[in-house]
Write a protein that binds this ligand. Sequence first.
Ligand code: ADP
Ligand code: ASP
Ligand code: MG
Length: 417
Amino acid sequence: MARLVMKFGGTSVADLERIANVAAHVKREVEHGHEVAVVVSAMAGTTNQLVEWTREADRLHDAREYDTVVATGEQVTVGLLSITLQKMGVHARSWLGWQIPIRTDGAHGAARIADIDGTQLMERLGQGQVAVIAGFQGLGPDNRITTLGRGGSDTSAVAIAAAIKADRCDIYTDVDGVYTTDPRIVAKARKLDRISYEEMLEMASLGAKVLQTRSVELAMVHRVRLQVRSSFDAPDAPQFAREDFVPGTLVCDEEEIVEQQVVSGIAYSKDEAKITLVKVEDKPGIAASIFGPLADASINVDMIIQNVSDDGRSTDMTFTVPQAELPRAEEVINKVISGIRCEQVRTDPGVVKVSVIGIGMRSHAGVAQAMFRTLSEKGINIQAITTSEIKISVLIDAEYTELAVRALHSAYGLDSE
Ligand code: ADP
Ligand code: ASP
Ligand code: MG
């Protein structure tokens, strides 16, 4: 007997038929004798619609009320799944974030889980009840509802798995595992049997939406065994009866991976915008005067490059910010440049960050060179570069996203036969 967390995303609970399919997956695990906590997202498209309504009501809405609205999607699915499970003869009860409670900090819209009291849940599981828990939501310090940021149900699932000491956290989604790159844009993407926490963390933070970044961080810290698998498999498929069956992709320690590739995956993020300050005066303190106010406004600056101009007296400063923050960043920058010499501010939301990720880079040279060569062969201009121990990212024109990802996927030998 094991204790499992099973998480189902939006497309997996998109309508009543799919919810019945999810219920059959849950029932199978219950019949195998396991204790089961289920975490669900809102039905596909629901959260987008809710977000849109808050924007239409007021573009500068109160963040607390945003959370009050967008957290509702998950309430519908926990209720519907519980009803469906009960109809199938499975003892099930729904739980909203505040009922557990899942305590978070007060950062509405992007809250972080502070603490989950798993006692009551474990008690119920011990009595043979399935807990159906609303993902994405929690309770802030002032007892108001918070949400964990888009894709946050993954994080709810991992945090609950840690709190109830689950043996495994299964993330059921609309693909059958983690691939070398997004299988929706590269048909030759290959499913990975295993990926290390560290690589998955980079993949997620660099744009692979299959897991929310924070969920991987939590899994790594709490040693949660995380498995990404398909919710579209028939719940009664014969392989599920086999004891040794390992579905999808296991996110695990580096030591558990036998054949480590130099490059494990390629990610891209269209969530970038580029800002260039043309001919800024070049003197000590200028960078601080630009990036200080951006940091004070909680705007995350990612890539930065600076080119000294011919006359040696001015410089072009280019950097990227999250696309959603571009209007705020422009506001901050316009205030800053009123106090310094700067010829022009240019902004460009039409950029994409493409990244190559692999733990093997620590011990292999030439990975960056292969990336630059491949892009140049395709005539793709690199606008900025950043690196860390296990990844290289470049900023390119968004128009070339698919061409770049496909070319790099082939160049690093990742294509499936
Ligand atoms: P859910 O609604 O189940 O949370 P998401 O849409 O958040 O599902 O995440 C699954 C999607 O992630 C897939 O449909 C796929 O297009 C995308 N994706 C991006 N990169 C990868 C990758 N490397 N491997 C698998 N899926 C990926
Ligand atoms: N429903 C939320 C979203 O769409 C949370 C999630 O699906 O993980 O972002
Ligand atoms: Mg998701």
